[in-house]
Design a protein around this ligand. Structure first.
Ligand code: FES
Length: 70
């Protein structure tokens, strides 16, 4: 699903960035993908996706393999 239309950013891009780069804040998300730096309409949705992705990454780190089984 597209989160930021101005920069063609999807939820998958955000999840990948969280997993590979350890991004965990909106500031970092803005720096990497430009999310919420133009019209700003995506800010709430991006924040929600980021929060969920960070939570999933922390669960995966705490219990490897558990998320894959769900
Ligand atoms: S939709 Fe993300 S900055 Fe416009």
């Amino acid at each position: 699903m597209y989160v930021c239309l101005c920069h063609s950013v999807t939820d998958a891009h955000i999840r990948q960035l969280v997993r590979t780069e350890g991004v965990s804040s909106m500031r970092e998300l803005r720096e990497h993908l430009g999310v919420a730096t133009q019209c700003g309409r995506c800010a709430k949705c991006a924040k929600d996706v980021l929060r969920e992705a960070v939570s999933d990454a922390r669960c995966e780190a705490a219990c490897p393999g558990l998320m894959a089984a769900a």
